[in-house]
Ligand binder design. Structure first.
Ligand SMILES: [Zn+2]
Length: 316
């Protein structure tokens, strides 16, 4: 297990949250923005400890132990899509007295998966919750959350982990290697992604292949060569889709000035504008759906590679 505490304990959202607590200025609603579900989950659980424990998250008192065991009666976690009925349950529950006599906290870890109608139902309670009630909500896709709901929360931004620290943590878990070093470089600060890379010895190599393909692919001959090279079974094509998505995301982040563009990303980024990247991302999602509905892996790979070739051609 990667040491999340070592990587995240002093991240900006937690520093802001600790300061708010110290100043007695905790807000009744926080929205945590970021792109790493597992890291955000850790941060939100730590926020709960800071808010509930009398020592601000000692990790040893009865409250902290109850939280770690997931059995604190006044803290409720909601993951995945929430519907209107689910929100009504939260609204009703928030009006009841706290069992331990302290704060009541509701953590909605993927608010962006909650339907707009349900978000609207939540609005009034988030705006003016009963005394002692706090909402902590994770948001990966900001556009999927209504502006009004976002505006009622104090916003915290999680922007990922420094590459050097990520490499240290990965090396402690997987040993030092070229694959680990590149996993840290390619992950763009995203811990879950870095772990996925580091745990799979061929991941970095596959990313290198895709980067070189995206850079050079100009004619259908390049596609044919790639199809010959790749194993076209289900597992390999699914991984190819994963890595392609990650590489596209790295290009996007580089273009928005969020990362340095290691491993050849800066070179191939010129060949893609934002519209082309969006079309490629759509293509990857479409291919994943095809895999789910049991299309032949070789046909899906064909759709992906020729699709990207077409997008690149139009992008010129
Ligand atoms: Zn404690």
């Amino acid at each position: 297990m990667i040491d999340y505490k070592a990587l995240l304990y002093d991240c900006t959202p937690l520093e802001v949250f600790r300061r708010d607590r110290k100043e007695g200025a905790l807000s009744h609603a926080y929205a945590l923005f970021g792109d790493d579900f597992d890291a955000m989950d850790w941060i939100m659980r730590e926020m709960v400890k800071i808010a509930v424990c009398k020592e601000g998250g000692c990790g040893e008192c009865a409250a902290c132990r109850a939280l770690e065991g997931g059995v604190h009666p006044d803290v409720k976690f909601y993951q995945g899509k929430l519907d209107v009925a689910g929100v009504e349950e939260i609204v009703e529950d928030s009006g009841k007295y706290s069992v331990e006599g302290g704060r009541k906290i509701y953590i909605i870890s993927e608010l962006d998966k909650t339907l707009p109608a349900a978000q609207n139902k939540l609005l009034k309670t988030v705006e003016e919750p009963p005394d002692g009630v706090m909402f902590i909500m994770g948001i990966i896709k900001p556009s999927a959350v209504t502006e009004t709901l976002k505006s009622r929360c104090k916003k915290l931004y999680y922007t990922g982990v420094d590459q050097r620290r990520l490499e240290e943590a990965l090396s402690a878990e997987y040993g030092e290697s070229d694959n680990v070093a590149r996993a840290a470089a390619y992950a763009g600060g995203n811990i879950s992604r870095a772990v996925k890379f580091a745990a799979d010895g061929e991941f970095a190599m596959e990313a290198d292949n895709i980067i070189s393909l995206l850079g050079s692919m100009a004619k259908s001959g390049g596609v044919a060569r790639e199809e010959i090279r790749l194993k076209q079974d289900k597992d390999h094509v699914l991984r190819y889709l994963d890595v392609t998505e990650i590489v596209l995301d790295m290009i996007e982040k580089y273009k928005r000035g969020l990362t340095r563009g290691s491993g050849g990303i800066s070179l191939i980024a010129k060949g893609f504008n934002h519209a082309a990247l969006a079309q490629c991302e759509y293509l990857v999602n479409d291919c994943r759906k095809r895999m789910e509905s049991n299309c032949a892996p070789s046909a899906v790979l064909d759709t992906l590679l020729f699709g990207i070739l077409e997008v690149k051609y139009k992008c010129r």
